[in-house]
Ligand binder design. Structure first.
Ligand SMILES: Cc1cc2nc3c(=O)[nH]c(=O)nc-3n(C[C@H](O)[C@H](O)[C@H](O)COP(=O)(O)OP(=O)(O)OC[C@H]3O[C@@H](n4cnc5c(N)ncnc54)[C@H](O)[C@@H]3O)c2cc1C
Length: 391
């Protein structure tokens, strides 16, 4: 089988490289996690705006919604190259799953109002995802945040947790219970929430990498207009499941991982003499590179399904599972390579590789939790992929 891309694709890849060189002359950012600084977020927005001007932010979306109707392979090449160059993606949920979900189940009014704003990276178009609650994570259908119908509005009360980027978002993609008497999967509705609504309060949660990425979000008598109901009332669970498929399809990033391992190899060659003589490092690098190759094929499989109009489901879980666990193995390989120096954090003068190794060792722990834990992905693969009965 020939896995090479066409000359046209390779020319496009070159165009992307030139774009990144122009807009990130000092190169992209290493390590980190989702909780970047305010300065970093401003840089992300600036870069995304430049991408949006070329319609690259949403290149596979239909033209009527601000895309280029580009092929899914072209989108994949763009994502790969951006990740390899460490361009700031900033976890733009509007682009990754809210927009695609609105295209499928949103009203015409919602599509008109939001899709072009997401595609053009307009001001005030940053989204967060309000699913998890203190008592509802893996068992998301148990969520208790209530939206009670009152005339032409819904009144929202409850709490969400682990909400990434809520402190920067002006819109929330929200799941709330609208029918407490129905079986738990059948009483949930999806809403668009204006995060500046009175009664919404956002409190920071700092992760163990000392980053402010996620938050707690509280709702006290928040009023949501009826036109912000997405899709059918009480069918939110099914709409949310599709959005989760989009989310997991977009998580797998293997070209950024390749860049990291290449950097480790270069570091080892420069600092420890010939890697060829260090058996342990050689084997670890070889293992990681083989795994990256396997992961790349899992990600390509999702694209192949998308080209056939299929939304990847257990296939996306497989790629998400593999990518998140691999990110931890790669960080572990980096820590072994650097020894005690690996503990030095970004900003420390003697930190090798900008302190990125220790930082990703700590922040990659959450990769196997966010977007659904590894156990949940394995359950999905076992039941929907392999047809095994529920355990
Ligand atoms: C970095 C990060 C970002 C996040 N961002 C968001 C966000 O933006 N919006 C949002 O809504 N949520 C977000 N989350 C929350 C995330 O979706 C939940 O943490 C996740 O779904 C797990 O839920 P939980 O934390 O309640 O753990 P629990 O569900 O309580 O799980 C605890 C443990 O039990 C295991 N377990 C649970 N059920 C089963 C089962 N049926 N079979 C086998 N094992 C099981 C789990 O795998 C886990 O090991 C984020 C989390 C992280 C770490």
């Amino acid at each position: 089988m020939d896995f090479r891309f066409t000359d046209e694709h390779e020319a496009f890849r070159e165009e992307v490289r030139a774009f990144v060189r122009e807009h990130l002359p000092d190169g992209g950012e290493r390590g980190g996690g989702e909780g970047g600084s305010d300065e970093g977020f401003t840089r992300t927005l600036r870069f995304q705006k430049a991408m949006a001007e070329r319609k690259w932010l949403t290149m596979a979306w239909p033209k009527e919604y601000g895309g280029l109707a580009a092929s899914h392979w072209q989108q994949m090449l763009l994502n790969e190259e951006m990740a390899y160059q460490r361009a700031p993606s900033g976890g733009n949920m509007g682009v990754m799953w809210v927009g695609p979900a609105l295209m499928l189940v949103g009203s015409e009014e919602q599509r008109r109002e939001h899709l072009n704003r997401i595609a053009t990276a307009a001001d005030h178009s940053w989204w967060c995802t309000l699913y998890s609650e203190p008592g509802a994570g893996s068992d998301l259908a148990s969520l208790q945040t209530r939206a009670v119908e009152q005339g032409d509005e819904f009144v929202l009360n409850g709490q969400k947790i682990w909400t990434s980027g809520a402190h920067r978002s002006n819109y929330g993609w929200l799941a709330a219970r609208t029918d407490p008497d129905a079986p738990k999967h059948r009483g949930i509705t999806m809403f668009i929430l204006d995060m500046s609504s009175p009664g919404v309060s956002v409190r920071p949660l700092i992760n163990m990498g000392d980053e402010h990425g996620f938050n707690e979000v509280y709702f006290e008598d928040v009023r949501i207009p009826r036109r912000n109901v997405v899709g059918e009332m009480n069918r939110g669970w099914y709409h949310l499941a599709v959005a989760l498929d989009f989310e997991r399809s977009s998580i797998a990033g293997f070209s950024g991982a390749r860049r990291t391992v290449e950097e480790y190899i270069q570091y080892a060659q420069e600092h420890y003499g010939h890697v060829e003589r260090n058996r342990q490092a050689r084997l670890a690098f070889a293992d990681r590179m083989v795994e990256i190759e396997v992961g790349t094929q899992l990600a390509y499989r999702i694209v192949h399904l998308q080209t056939r109009g299929i939304i990847a489901n257990y296939e996306a879980s497989a790629a998400k599972l593999y990518s998140s666990e691999l990110s931890q193995r790669i960080a572990g390989t980096g820590m072994k390579l650097l020894g005690l120096f690996g503990q030095l954090r970004p900003g420390e003068p003697q930190a090798p590789l900008g302190g990125s190794v220790g930082q990703s060792y700590v922040t990659s722990v959450s990769a196997t939790i966010g977007g659904g834990t590894s156990e949940i992905q394995r359950n999905i693969i076992a039941t929907r992929g392999l047809g095994l009965p529920r355990g």
